[in-house]
Ligand binder design. Sequence first.
Ligand SMILES: [Cu+2]
Length: 406
Amino acid sequence: MTEADPPPADPPPADPGHPHPDAAPAPGQGGPRGLSRREVLRRAGLAGAFTVGGAVLGHEFIPHRHPMAAADDAHGSAGGAGSGAGAGSGSYSGVGGTGATGGTGATGASQPPAALVGTSAGTQHGLYGHGVAAPTSLRADHLDAVTRPPAFDGRQGVTRDHDLSVTARHLEVADGSVVEAWTYAGSVPGPIIRATEGDRLRIRMANHTSHAHNVHLHGRHDPAMDGWEPIPPGGEFTYEVVAEPFGLHPYHCHTAPIAEHIGRGLYGAMIVDPPGGRPPAHEVVLVLGGWDLDGDGRNEVVAFNGIAGAYHRFPIRVPVGALVRVYVVNLLEHDPIASFHLHAQTFDVYRSGTSLTPDEHTDIVSLTQGERAVLEFRLPEPGRYMFHPHQSSLADRGAMGWFAAV
Ligand SMILES: [Cu+2]
């Protein structure tokens, strides 16, 4: 599915004198039969014979360079990584698209100036945050629809219809790693739902898979619409709730085994704006999730918005000095604790987004499973500002990216 696409960059080879810290598994963490993560990724991508619950996780042969050797595109290539010229030509038809959401260039169609992208170019030795690489087929705009929320539209007291029908599809979630994902409306995470407090939400879900699923919304609503009851294969249901309280709320499948249903991609973010909205800002949604490639109960890949290293290869562009608002949600299974850490700047934290007064001003916010926060900051100097969970084992598995202030 991707053989025809030229790789977006020709990353430098891994330094053979500097073995990746994941090359040898930590005791008890090596995956099935003690395989290293490197080996698990290699087999998942190239052999694809792993099964979980009887379903084949990955079955496509993708002749990539070694996933772990594909270390670090942007660092070493000083802006050459991914020209963005192939917009729309890749294999993520369900993930992204051009995202008709306006916005101000969250993930621009071209790379930031080489001077920004290449700020940490140079020797690969000791560079951080590149343990699992983005797929070579990834293009700059593929994640736009799940990165840029629809703009606040000022309407209040309206009914908003959404379709979160569930389908199964194959997604390449890291270089060489294809999974059978379960998706809401074709993407992982599912579509960003946005409403104003008090609006009525009508969320239709038709189950086009062979497993039962449902849509469980966080927040406050009629318990009859809570979404824990399974919708059988071929079934359909329309959830009707009032969007409240204002804040940032996850939604996800709540069918057992929940870890698998969330782990295969059935989750997303719902933004409920306060009446009148929040101050204008450059807005970004980052949903942290994981992929258990081999069914061992451990995420071999961890990613913001579904694709490992996506914002490492294509930094999220924000205007210098502009207010940036990040809606960050933790929907990792298996890893109980995560966090969001921004380099070189501090931010206001609005926990769950349910207050207009910041709870904290810091550079790291901890998030257990299901927790979320709205973060606000400005980046006063042009440059690249790294972000990742402060748990380095999560960052090393693909959850690392950059804001490029330009
Ligand atoms: Cu499900």
